[in-house]
Design a protein around this ligand. Structure first.
Ligand code: URA
Ligand code: SF4
Length: 213
């Protein structure tokens, strides 16, 4: 692949646009090379002002096709976990640290490939714009990539999950942050004895976040 300068999303993010304006501008983003192979940008979804914001990693295969976050298998598991934690999914704003699907082609299949730190950083202006617009009281970072996007540092998910962190996102200083595992990590355990305790752990962490509201 030819070298692609990765200027970051900044110049494509409109000022004071509101969510509709941000969503309308996102398809033009050329902040990193991921737009080239993805089907479309997958922007966040949910109410304009939500007290709870959930941040995932990047769209998966289903989300890339649908253009909406968390509509595939991981999203269904997340919806189940939110319901078990007493959170109404429609009350939460849901987004991803990186807005285009990164994958590797294996024959006809597209295999998820985790975004690099450079992609998280390139895409960060969109996440910041969502924070400034949605102004959540509580942010749940789902897994290490999300946490990197929200906090700007490397986290150890298993050591730091499930409690209210001292840090707050730079552009949303009123928001408290809870870190938990990514729903895909729980999904991979389906059919194994570890599934139930991991699912329950995700629910417990979501409840910790919901209790702050
Ligand atoms: N995994 C994510 O992190 N985000 C999605 O939108 C779907 C799967
Ligand atoms: Fe822009 Fe983010 Fe897509 Fe890269 S992943 S092109 S920074 S929207």
């Amino acid at each position: 692949m030819a070298e692609f300068a990765r200027p970051g999303a900044e110049q494509w993010v409109p000022d004071d646009a509101g969510l509709d304006g941000l969503r309308a501008a996102a398809p033009d983003c050329r902040g990193c090379e991921l737009y080239r192979d993805a089907t479309q940008v997958v922007f966040g979804s949910g109410p304009d002002r939500a007290r709870l914001m959930l941040v995932g990693e990047q769209p998966g295969d289903s989300e890339d096709k649908a253009g909406e976050p968390f509509v595939g298998p991981a999203g269904r598991l997340l919806a189940d976990a939110l319901a078990a934690a007493g959170v109404r999914a429609e009350d939460a704003y849901v987004t991803n640290a990186v807005k285009h699907f990164r994958f590797e082609e294996r024959g006809k299949r597209r295999l998820h490939k985790s975004p690099a730190v450079a992609h998280i950083e390139a895409c960060h202006p969109w996440l910041d714009a969502e924070f400034r617009t949605v102004r959540p009281d509580v942010v749940v970072a789902l897994g290490a990539t999300a946490a990197r996007g929200v906090l700007g540092r490397t986290v150890r998910v298993l050591a730091e999950r499930g409690r209210v962190l001292d840090e707050r996102p730079a552009v949303a200083p009123e928001a408290r942050v809870v870190l938990t595992v990514h729903p895909s990590a729980v999904l991979r355990l389906r059919g194994k004895p570890e599934f139930d305790p991991e699912f329950d752990g995700l629910v417990a962490d979501l409840r910790t976040a919901a209790d702050l509201l």
